[in-house]
Structure formats: C-alpha cells, structure tokens
Write a protein that binds this ligand. Structure first.
Ligand code: PGA
Length: 244
C-alpha cells in the first residue's frame, strides 16, 4: 500500500496554549500504518507544537515569504521554519489567494524558495464556485499549475504535493462529489506530468469530515488536507478512526 498523507491545517483557529494542547492529543492517536501525519500550526505556536510532536508527526508552515531575511514586516521565511524542523509548506492556500490577494506569481516565488531549501511544497489549487458554474474549472486549475511551475528548475528527487481544494468546498460543509474530485485529480496529475516530467502526490481538501473521508483516500488521491475537522480533537479522532 502506498503512503497516505493526513495533513491538519489549523489555520488561525487556535492560540498557543490551545495548539500545544491539541498537539499533545494528536500524538496520542494511533494512526493507520503507512500514514504521514503533518500538522500546520500558526507561526506563533510553531516551535512549541514541534516540541510536543517530537518526531511522531511532521510539521509544516501555513505560509512563508520567499526572501531569507530582511525588512518584510509581519512575514516569516522558509529558512526560519526549516530551522525549527518544518518539512512542508502550504503554498497558495485559497484563503491566501482570496483574502490576502496572493497571486500566481507570488506562489511561483514561494515554491522556488521552498524547493531550494529541500522542503516539500504543498501547492493548493482550486476553483471558486463562480468559476465552476461558468465551466472554468479546468482553465483555472491549469493556469494555477502552469504559473506555479513556470521555468522552475529543481532536483528531480524532491517531492511536490498538490492539494486540490475547491474554494467553494472549504469550510462550507459542502465537499466536492468524489467522482468529480477524482476526475480533477487525474487532470492535475496529467498536467503536472506534462510540466515537470512526473506525477505529483495529489491530496483532496475541502470539508473533509469523518463521514466522507474514506472517499478521498482512494485511487488518485494520496490523502487529505483537513482544516476545521483537524482543529478539534474529537472530530480529528473520529476521522482517523474511519481510516482504520
Ligand atoms: P476545511 O478546510 O477542512 O475546513 O474545509 C480545508 C483547508 O482549507 O485546507
């Protein structure tokens, strides 16, 4: 069986104390064999959470800035996260793109910075509800992928993970119909293979809960990126139970 990625994006749901408590509860769970669990806490809680995880789960940044150091008020670099043990970085999450107006070109620079450090980018792509209604899903996703990987040169042994997260499914309780999500995952694999010469690992994200998780950890999906249901121990535990 190939590896399953179970990624928990805690967004800005928890303060330092709550993050540490949740990390303590996370590591007590028995995860299915061959799963790679990673936690994405806030920058504020990052160091303390990594200490609690103590290698039992991996960690990742929710966002980075591509410069190493300098006058960039409010930002944190990939180097700084790496020094604390981060393995992964979420890049181009829908909330970054749509609330903070992050562009495809920002995404491209962030991917490069992360790959240069030998970390694994988790590129998030997805269409809005309006784009889906206007049959723009394929165009939007292909554009996001092309822009993210444009003229990118990197060592071929580095991993790339792509999370398909339809914007309309994030935090809404309306997850994407599994057959449709699978169809899109296949397209993402094909486009990326055309652009980079190999298939990426593809995850699904967007209202993953215990009652639907099983449908997204099969076939063309290698795992899940979970927001809301990962930020409370009961819903996370129930979700993991479904995978056993
Ligand atoms: P959600 O968020 O699980 O709360 O829908 C997913 C994400 O934004 O990564």
């Amino acid at each position: 069986m190939s590896k399953h990625y179970l990624f928990a994006n805690w967004k800005m749901y928890l303060d330092l104390k709550e993050s540490v408590q949740l990390a303590e509860d996370f590591v007590k769970i028995k995860y299915p064999k061959d799963s790679e669990v990673a936690v994405f806490p806030t920058a504020l809680a990052f160091e303390e959470v990594v200490k609690v995880l103590d290698g039992k789960a991996a960690s990742g940044a929710q966002n980075i800035y591509w410069a190493e150091k300098g006058g960039y008020t409010g930002e944190v670099s990939a180097e700084m996260y790496k020094a604390l043990g981060a393995k992964y970085v979420l890049i181009g999450h829908a909330e970054r793109r749509h609330i903070f107006h992050e562009t495809n070109s920002d995404v491209r620079q962030k991917i490069e910075a992360v790959l240069e450090l030998g970390m694994t980018p988790v590129l998030c792509v997805g269409e809005t509800g309006k784009e889906r209604d206007e049959s723009q899903t394929e165009t939007v996703l292909e554009t996001q992928l092309r822009a993210a990987f444009m003229d990118l040169s990197f060592k071929k042994d580095l991993d790339i993970i792509i999370a398909y997260e339809p914007v309309w499914a994030i935090g809404t309780g309306k997850s994407c119909e599994p057959a449709e999500a699978m169809r899109v995952a296949k397209l993402i694999k094909n486009w990326t293979k055309g652009l980079l010469g190999r298939e990426p690992v593809v995850l699904y994200g967007g209202s993953v809960r215990s009652n639907n998780v099983k449908q997204y950890v099969v076939n063309d999906f290698s795992g899940i990126l979970v927001g809301g249901a990962s930020a409370k121990i009961d819903s996370w535990r129930e979700l993991i139970e479904e995978l056993k």
